[in-house]
Ligand binder design. Structure first.
Ligand code: AMP
Length: 192
């Protein structure tokens, strides 16, 4: 299964992605984590992206997609992966689909973990860093929602998007994710 996982801060994506990769036995690839690890190592990539990471700005599309293509071509990704934190722009989404198509592959599923803005705001306020004001938290959330909206729309138009309600217990949410996986599996088994 090749899955893209999209969810705003506070939606429980960390918990659910850990469960999902364990369930499917696929690697979890978080672009934010790969970038932070590169920065710590001081590799060429790390030095090129440090400034963006420090400022919280998006790393240029070409840099991200080169890194993602390299990671997805590793042997542990042969039977699938869960991509987290990417694509963040339409251009990244297009490049991802093109590079998969070049290898005769396709995305099976884009999972959106959905929690309404007020609930996210409440959860983020509870876990905020002491230097974050409620306005900063609200601002960060708004930026995320505005940034991802076009990407979600891109996948919705292509029929790969499934939105999962992120409220309830972690077990409730994971049960919904498994139902979505079963549907996708059934659909691909019935495909000609
Ligand atoms: P995250 O942990 O996903 O919030 O990512 C942390 C930082 O890494 C972001 O603020 C960006 O600077 C960078 N980053 C991660 N993924 C991407 C991406 N797909 N496109 C551009 N920048 C990214």
């Amino acid at each position: 299964m090749r899955i893209v996982f999209i969810g705003p801060p506070g939606a429980g994506k960390g918990t659910q992605s850990a469960r999902l990769v364990a369930h499917l036995g696929i690697p979890h690839i978080s672009t934010g984590e790969v970038l932070r690890a590169a920065r710590e190592e001081g590799s060429e990539l790390g030095m090129a992206v440090a400034e963006y990471l420090n400022d919280g700005r998006l790393v240029p599309d070409a840099t991200i997609m080169k890194m993602v293509a390299q990671r997805l071509s590793q042997p542990d990704c042969a039977d699938g992966w869960l991509l987290d934190g990417c694509p963040r722009t339409i251009s990244q989404a297009e490049t991802l689909l093109e590079s998969l198509a070049e290898h005769g592959e396709a995305l099976d599923l884009v999972l959106e973990l959905k929690v309404d803005e007020e609930e996210l705001y409440r959860r983020l306020l509870l876990r905020r860093r002491s230097d974050d004001s409620p306005e900063t938290v609200r601002g960060r959330l708004r930026v995320f929602l505005a940034q991802t909206a076009p990407v979600l729309e891109f996948f919705r138009e292509r029929g790969t998007l499934v939105s999962i309600v992120g409220t309830g217990t972690p077990d409730d949410v994971f049960a919904r994710i498994k139902t979505a996986l079963d549907r996708v599996r059934a659909r691909s088994e019935n495909a000609p």
